[in-house]
Design a protein around this ligand. Structure first.
Ligand code: ZN
Ligand code: ZN
Length: 163
């Protein structure tokens, strides 16, 4: 029997949409946002149109940050990282089965670099929960909510990862 599709009414446009990451973004705590992606994007666009200077400043800031973060990892480095992580989340150790998100251990917004030394594959849940936290801040948060610290980022780098 096919499972019923869970929906959520967007608090912006009121439309019933499937409760999935395709339609709703995630909050800092890994839950679904109340407003659909379309509404959130429209609001950002409207804000940028109303505040062109702020929008330009924001994109300048982003460009500067990207430049400071340096070049990204190569495909080979990423493949190697996944092997070293044994294809498991770097924070909770759940199997990723070839998927997962690439997480900046120290976020770019906090001066982290884009290089392989600062990257970890993470499951969606951990990636969303960690959000803009550093690994240390995320560790403190996990202890507070009583989540295990069995991923390699907390336990030390996996052998073979030459850093
Ligand atoms: Zn909406
Ligand atoms: Zn995880």
């Amino acid at each position: 029997m096919p499972s019923p599709i869970v929906t959520q009414a967007c608090s912006g446009c009121g439309e019933l949409k499937p409760l999935s990451r395709d339609y709703f973004g995630s909050t800092r705590t890994g839950r679904f946002q109340r407003r659909c992606r379309t509404c959130v994007a429209a609001q950002t666009r409207a804000y940028d149109l109303a505040n062109p200077e702020k929008a330009a400043q924001r994109s300048q800031k982003r460009q500067k940050r990207l430049a400071a973060a340096g070049p990204g990892p190569s495909e080979l480095e990423l493949a190697w990282l996944r092997v070293c992580q044994k294809d498991r989340c770097g924070y909770c150790d759940q199997p990723l089965n070839g998927s997962g998100h690439l997480d900046h251990i120290t976020p770019l917004a906090k001066g982290g670099r884009n290089a392989i030394e600062n990257l970890a594959f993470a499951c969606f849940q951990c990636n969303a929960e960690k959000h803009a936290k550093t690994a240390a801040e995320y560790l403190v948060w996990r202890i507070k909510v009583d989540k295990p610290l069995c991923g390699w980022v907390f336990q030390g780098r996996p052998s073979g990862l030459a850093v």
